[in-house]
Design a protein around this ligand. Structure first.
Ligand SMILES: [Zn+2]
Length: 236
């Protein structure tokens, strides 16, 4: 008797057969599609993330992209670190209350370096939750000045309800920052004066789809990578 080949339906488990996994960033968190990060750039890059702990942003109470902002940011870094082959792509984290125990100096986005970077993407226990951008921006400018041979990308995560008394001056410094700026507005849009060829302005609201903040951070992390392709669900 000739053995008949098994039908596909006979092979299926009681749950379901998983789709053949594609090599890609979404393997471990399939609900957040980040796209293809492409290849490491030939030059040196440094991504600086400035993030705010203000009480107006709320705590990690929900699954919306603002409450979940640190989880989403860590996911973006984790995915990118899987694709860094050069060991020269750097990232840094600065909290508004800098210096804090979770401010991270420029660190390679390698598999090991990422652990240090990820440790910075959480609320520092020693942060007061201030709404002053000035100290963090000054720290970012100092880091950028120490890396004159790097293409610098600055990602700012804040609700832009800033208490700095010299806000016009700070915004002017942002528009002339040496590098690209991803001004991410949490709940509120970034100021309209933040505009220019090197500036990307994004707004994320509580009702934005989960993954919105991960994709915003990922866009900054991949700004200089070659052959990158955004996820199909990326906002225009
Ligand atoms: Zn790299």
């Amino acid at each position: 008797m000739i053995r008949q080949p098994l039908l596909a339906s006979e092979l299926q488990s009681p749950v379901h057969l998983s789709v053949r996994p594609k090599p890609g960033p979404q393997k471990r968190q399939p609900t957040i599609q980040l796209g293809n990060p492409g290849r490491c750039p030939s030059g040196l890059t440094l991504v600086i993330i400035i993030t705010e702990e203000s009480g107006s942003l709320g705590g990690p109470a929900g699954n919306d992209p603002i409450s979940n902002r640190y989880n989403e940011a860590r996911h973006a870094v984790t995915v990118l670190a899987r694709h860094c082959r050069c060991g020269r792509c750097l990232a840094a984290v600065i909290h508004f209350d800098t210096p804090t125990s979770r401010c991270i100096d420029p660190t390679p986005l390698t598999r090991t370096g990422k652990l240090r970077i990820l440790s910075g993407l959480a609320v520092p226990p020693d942060a007061a939750g201030s709404s002053y951008l000035g100290p963090g921006l000054a720290a970012a400018e100092a880091i950028a000045a120490r890396h004159p041979d790097h293409e610098v990308v600055l990602i700012i995560l804040t609700d832009w309800e800033l208490f700095d008394t010299n806000l016009p001056e700070l915004l002017a410094r942002l528009t002339t920052f040496k590098g690209s700026l991803f001004a991410v507005g949490l709940r509120n849009s970034p100021p309209e004066s933040l505009a220019g060829p090197m500036i990307t302005s994004l707004t994320i609201r509580p009702e934005s789809p989960p993954g919105s903040l991960a994709r915003a951070v990922f866009a900054g992390l991949t700004a200089h990578r070659q052959g990158k392709q955004p996820a199909a669900t990326d906002p225009p």
